[in-house]
Design a protein around this ligand. Structure first.
Ligand code: PSU
Ligand code: MN
Length: 333
């Protein structure tokens, strides 16, 4: 546990349960909180956050939901913390740019994919489940609006299990940018980059993985080769839970046309809320289903990565902190 605390010093608090799992090499899945405060309406946000933790546990891994409370980065927040974040009147959406200032000010905020990747990587967590990543916004050539999620994916070694990215974004440019940044996109049983509410986008993934062992081997090899970027684990929404195409396309068209006045960090929450209203709540149901599906796959991935036998590769690689205790020190590259 000391090892984990040292990394972020006095700014971080890793729950005992999560710290114990990390230090003993047991599977852990990070979860974000912006989807709780900004991505879903209340009380759905808080309820879904608890259901995601439950899904991770059912899959045999330890959930580590991440948020900022009173200036402390909490890895493995409590139910009471979650309730506080969900109930906040104007919760701060924390990404990379406002992270340090929020901590310095003793503030509270939910962490986006970008901020969650940062905190997870510092704590030594390699697998993270979310709904959809942020990306290049439509009209980015004028607005310059590109999510810091892409920056984080290029910097922090975490595998992000997601249902692709929402079609509210410019998906072709998002996929191009991931390629530019050197972020692998691995498809879970699909050749196609999923579009969040729907399974198809017409865009390709870098590689399709049809079994969990294939996926885990690819992720493990990425880290073992020494790549320092993250990975996108593209897991399409189950067919039965996808939004019908006509409803999706018409709601999206209207939401985008209305969003012209909105800018900056408000764009994504605004579009998600308009999608909810314009689909009569169906988008929220789809969002919840795909989140649960991602939490299950993330748990399976974390379990596979933690199991040396399933990959024929020891994991975690022997670390300084473990040397002497298990005789594996020096056995890994
Ligand atoms: N995708 C979702 N729901 C969400 C978000 C993305 O399905 O709530 C949130 C995530 O936290 C993501 C953030 O990191 O929106 C991206 O915001 P922006 O585009 O401002 O970077
Ligand atoms: Mn933005």
């Amino acid at each position: 546990m000391d090892m984990v605390h040292k990394i972020l010093g006095r700014f971080v608090s890793v729950s005992d349960e999560v710290a114990a799992a990390i230090t003993s090499g047991r599977p852990v899945v990070a979860l974000e909180t912006t989807l709780v405060t900004h991505g879903l309406p209340q009380p759905d946000g808080e309820r879904v956050a608890a259901a995601l933790e439950e899904a991770v546990r059912a899959g045999g891994a330890t959930p580590a939901t991440i948020g900022i409370l009173d200036g402390c980065v909490k890895v493995g927040i409590t139910q009471a913390d979650l309730t506080r974040l969900a109930a906040a009147a104007n919760p701060v959406k924390v990404n990379l740019g406002n992270f340090a200032a929020e901590v310095a000010a003793g503030g509270c905020g939910s962490t986006t994919v970008a901020a969650t990747m940062f905190a997870a990587s510092k704590a030594g967590i390699r697998v993270f489940a979310t709904g959809g990543i942020g990306g290049v916004h439509r009209g980015a050539i004028e607005t310059g609006d590109v999510s810091a999620d892409l920056t984080a994916l290029s910097r922090y070694p975490v595998a992000v299990v997601c249902a692709g990215a929402k079609a509210i974004l410019d998906l072709p440019r998002t996929v191009e940018m991931l390629e530019t940044l050197g972020v692998p996109i691995l498809g879970v049983g699909t050749d196609e980059f999923p579009a969040f509410y729907r399974r198809e986008s017409g865009l390709r993934v870098d590689r399709r993985c049809d079994t969990m062992a294939d996926l885990a081997r690819a992720v493990r090899t990425h880290f073992d080769l020494g790549f320092t970027a993250g990975l996108v684990i593209a897991n399409p929404v189950p067919e039965a839970d996808a939004l019908p195409k006509d409803l999706h396309d018409s709601a999206l068209g209207t939401a985008l046309a209305e969003a012209i006045e909105v800018s900056g960090r408000d764009v994504t929450p605004y579009l998600l809320d308009r999608m909810r209203a314009l689909t009569g709540g169906a988008s929220v149901r789809t969002n919840e289903k795909l989140l649960l599906n991602n939490a299950r796959v993330a748990a399976d991935l974390a379990v596979a990565l933690a199991s040396a036998e399933s990959l024929g590769m020891p994991w975690p690689p022997a670390r300084e902190a473990r040397s002497g205790s298990d005789g594996k020190a020096g056995g890994s590259p």
